[in-house]
Design a protein around this ligand. Structure first.
Ligand code: SF4
Length: 273
């Protein structure tokens, strides 16, 4: 793992995500190394040639870049993080996310923060101080052996569920991000049923087979679940209506169970293995 301490020029960035006005990424890179990672495109913009998941730039001056006084972010939706995880293991040492949150509290933004780690609980005392704070845990599978295959350096699934439970108990708004849904692997119904008492809402995202993810996904499927290979080819082949059907199923399930669910499906083009 290559860790570098770098100085950033700015830290709060305007966002084009559906539910955020601004985003903050305290790190460049992400050591969670998920095989489906959509953020690996960042390598192009940051001059990294190393494999995604094997490097991390720590923006050591990030908290200093948050202004002491400004009305600019008051009531605005500020999200951590879009192209890294704010609670990577290195956050224990650097505490960038923690110090960023401390600086943000007086500015009054509405915080959305999402992670694959129970380290989020360390900052509960700060998260509680925002006027609006929604905390999310990503869960793509309940099977920890599969978790290791696809998200090798993330917290175990049970710890994430425990974290969700604690956040809810503390009175924060919580959600589960079920994404990406991996066909025949992500049992999204089971994830919902298991976490429903601790989650106010659910976000669903499909697996997007852009070229880099496609290579990783097909490599993984061939190695770990060869019996699914043909089905993946068909799902991600031309004229597949697979995601339309899943979308309908999720809508029906949410309606039947009184679940607040939002679907963020991108119907990606065919990607050959
Ligand atoms: S946690 Fe998110 S940003 Fe990090 S590797 Fe996984 S998908 Fe990418």
């Amino acid at each position: 793992m290559i860790i570098r301490e770098v100085k950033a020029k700015s830290i709060i960035t305007k966002s084009n995500l559906p539910e955020a006005d601004y985003v903050i990424n305290p790190y460049i890179g992400c050591t969670h190394a998920c095989i489906y990672c959509y953020a690996s495109f960042m390598k192009r913009f940051t001059g990294h040639e190393e494999e995604w998941g094997t490097f991390l730039d720590v923006k050591i001056n990030a908290p200093d870049l948050i202004p002491e006084k400004t009305n600019k972010y008051f009531g605005k939706h500020l999200y951590l993080s879009s192209v890294t995880d704010p609670y990577l293991p290195h956050e224990k040492k650097y505490a960038l996310t923690r110090r960023i949150l401390e600086k943000l509290i007086p500015l009054g933004p509405h915080i959305g923060i999402q992670s694959k780690s129970d380290l989020i609980l360390r900052d509960l005392d700060l998260l509680e101080q925002f006027p609006v704070c929604e905390t999310g845990l990503t869960i793509t599978t309940l099977n920890d052996a599969v978790r290791k295959e696809i998200e090798p350096h993330t917290a175990i699934v049970q710890k994430r569920i425990e974290a969700l439970k604690e956040l809810k108990k503390a009175g924060l708004r919580t959600y589960v991000f079920i994404g990406p849904i991996l066909p025949m692997v992500t049992d999204w119904k089971k994830i919902v049923l298991e976490t429903q008492p601790f989650a106010d809402r659910y976000l669903f995202e499909n697996l997007n087979m852009y070229w880099m993810a496609a290579q990783n996904i097909y490599r993984w499927i061939k190695k770990a679940h060869p019996e699914l290979f043909k089905e993946y080819q068909s799902i991600f082949g031309k004229n597949s209506t697979y995601w339309d059907q899943v979308e309908l199923e999720i809508r029906g399930f949410c309606e039947d169970h009184g679940i607040d669910g939002r679907i963020f499906f991108h119907h990606a083009k065919e990607r050959k293995p």
